[in-house]
Design a binder for this molecule. Structure first.
Ligand code: SF4
Length: 331
């Protein structure tokens, strides 16, 4: 069957991924490979917009751990292009050229910009130029490879709309060059962390790593927050407010109805229920973890994947830069 188009998607190198990253994005990446030519990128330059200089030593190991998770989950480097953003420096060239046509006002009105400035305890005076220009670099990432499809969550739609505005302006000023990237809204579920309240996140330490050992998985799962109104074992539970039940639906779909029935009739205690969930997660992830161990034992395999990915990405990138320079009168 012919492919539907070219997908670009990137992830910040945060190290080992967790269950929320898997259900929210990575699983979708694997699926997209069936219908699209996919370009998957560890966006290390983006990481610099919020990274402290003393964290720089973590960047390289974080990229490696994250890419191993991608590969172990089923991202196929033969079929998809898997690489590190800075290994194809043409993206920095395109970023500079696009910044010449992007009004500052467009960047300042991006809703997440002010929020990020606040989170970083900066002001609009002290915030870096790179953080303001983050959407331009994101646009360069996508269009350098002439990707026409970008998997996005609702919250990323404003960024994509800005990318589309930049593309429209470029095409209008310099002639039809880039496809306007379309957002492919993914029904990425919002996966809550073990606290049952906030999104699963490494920084909140409410996560379970995909690469965790079965024992670690069990220990962490047993700390999960459940139905707060269930004070005694004999109280019927409310699985619909319980994140443990939600996770059962993903990792133990065949047994989720039993969990529901036994919970609502108090035939199941929460400790047992969390133990069952840990077992289900361990069973579900066993092939992933085995594959991961192989990559960990053979670091040269990951190096080869990234070198090949950068090589294939650079071939597309060089051609785009040549065309852009010509369009902009630089040749
Ligand atoms: Fe949640 Fe399971 Fe306890 Fe029910 S029995 S409240 S689903 S942990």
């Amino acid at each position: 069957m012919p492919l539907k188009g070219r997908v670009f998607s990137g992830m910040r190198p945060t190290g080992r991924l967790h269950l929320g990253n898997y259900l929210g994005a990575l699983q979708n990446w694997v699926e997209l490979q069936k219908d699209y030519q996919c370009i998957y990128c560890a966006v290390d330059v983006h990481a610099l917009t919020t990274m402290k200089p003393q964290e720089k030593a973590e960047l390289k190991p974080n990229i490696r751990e994250m890419v191993i998770d991608w590969l172990a989950a089923g991202v196929d480097p033969q079929q998809s292009i898997v690489f590190v953003q800075s290994h194809v420096p043409e993206v920095m060239v395109l970023n500079t050229l696009l910044s010449m046509i992007t009004p500052l006002g467009w960047l300042l009105r991006v809703p997440t910009f002010k929020e990020k400035v606040r989170q970083m305890e900066e002001t609009e005076e002290t915030v870096s130029y790179g953080l303001v220009g983050y959407p331009v670099l994101m646009t360069a990432d996508i269009i350098l490879y002439k990707a026409d499809t970008v998997p996005v969550g609702e919250d990323q739609l404003p960024h994509l709309e800005l990318a589309r505005e930049i593309v429209r302006r470029f095409n209008f000023w310099y002639g039809e060059t880039f496809p306007e990237p379309q957002g492919k809204l993914t029904e990425a579920p919002l996966i809550l962390g073990l606290d049952g309240k906030q999104k699963m996140s490494k920084s909140l330490d409410n996560h379970v790593e995909l690469a965790a050992s079965p024992d670690e998985t069990r220990k962490r799962t047993l700390t999960a927050f459940t139905d707060p109104q269930r004070l005694r074992r004999s109280d019927p539970g409310r699985p619909w407010v319980c994140n443990v039940y939600t996770l059962h639906k993903y990792f133990n779909p065949a047994g989720a109805q039993v969990v529901y029935d036994e919970c609502t009739t108090a035939r199941r205690g929460c400790v047992d229920c969390k133990g069952h969930l840990a077992q289900a997660v361990n069973t579900y992830l066993a092939p992933f973890r085995e594959c991961r161990r192989e990559y960990e034992a053979n670091p040269s395999l990951v190096d080869a994947v990234l070198a090949d990915g950068a090589h294939r990405a650079a071939a597309i990138a060089r051609e785009t830069i040549r065309e852009v320079k010509e369009r902009m009168g630089l040749l």
